[in-house]
Design a protein around this ligand. Sequence first.
Ligand code: G3H
Ligand code: 13P
Ligand code: ZN
Length: 349
Amino acid sequence: MPLVSMRQLLDEAAKGGYGVGAFNVNDMEQIQAIMMAAKQTKSPVIVQASRGARAFAEDLYLFKLIQAAAELNPDIPIAMHQDHGNSFETCKSAIALGYTSVMMDGSLLEDGKTPSTFEQNVDVTRRVVDYAHERGVTVEGEIGVLGGIEDGHGAGGTGLEHVTDPDQAVEFAERTGVDALAIAIGTSHGAYKFSKKPDGSVLKMDLLIKIHGRLPHTHLVMHGSSSVPKDLQDVINEYGGKLKPTWGVPVEEIQLGIRNGVRKVNVDTDNRLAMTGAIRKVLWTQPEKFDPRDYMKPAREAMANVVAQRMTQFGQAGHAGDYAPIPITEIAKGYANGSLDTRPSLAAK
Ligand code: G3H
Ligand code: 13P
Ligand code: ZN
């Protein structure tokens, strides 16, 4: 199956009332782990690459690996997404490679650190939407700013400093025409999200529900959605790691989000923890090993287990065969004739 439009994947998820995990990849083993899980659970998938991932793997290696995944798994709809694009040029280069979806994260300036103004965000996102939609490519925007820093990307802070303002979310959706909207509700990237199990004072699910009420037809995106399970932390620490106690986003909160308009759920850290734990275990318990396959195979399996579990928890399991992919050229026509227009004022009619 060719790579699928993320918009189609999210529209189908909205129809079915489920969420779709968007899992980050940097190498072959991570792509294979996602495909193993998708095959096992019969799930449509979103595979995403950050700017750091594209630089690490070199664009073409990574994209050809995704194409191989699509070729080897003709029954699984796969959308390939640019995670946290920092500029028009980054999104344009992903589209040139063949990505079927891009995130223009205009909540930060191009440096990936400094919060932008609302007008700067609208302006750059709108330009990406115009360019991408003409080519049938999906666009995710972000309003509000997440906490934490990953690979030099992010504003830092706790996650509560720039939560999304619902009025701005509505205006942003109207003025940009994005297909999906990432909102800031107190989560942050990485392992250190919360110092105890989060309650409503730090994880603003009430805000998410409010935004969904104002934008019932917009696909919402939850970033920083790793649950950072204790068992994965424990494996790392048991075999020589030094993680400090930490809490992530409980799966039941993500499920509450999914019941309230969340269609894309970003998960990277949980997979990093799973792989690192498995690698540490082999190297710690069998120090004589030096063949990378001896630790990459368990690492791949550990990640596949986490991904399969999330696919089941998010509800995408079993939905791979629900629909035939719409060619990207047809999707482009839908944007051109207005049938895929998501602006709230039109969707309300
Ligand atoms: O945006 C956050 C993802 O976890 C990607 O992280 O920029 O370190 O590849 P990265
Ligand atoms: P985590 O760090 O919680 O896995 O979040 C990943 C993410 O939001 C990627 O964009
Ligand atoms: Zn993110």
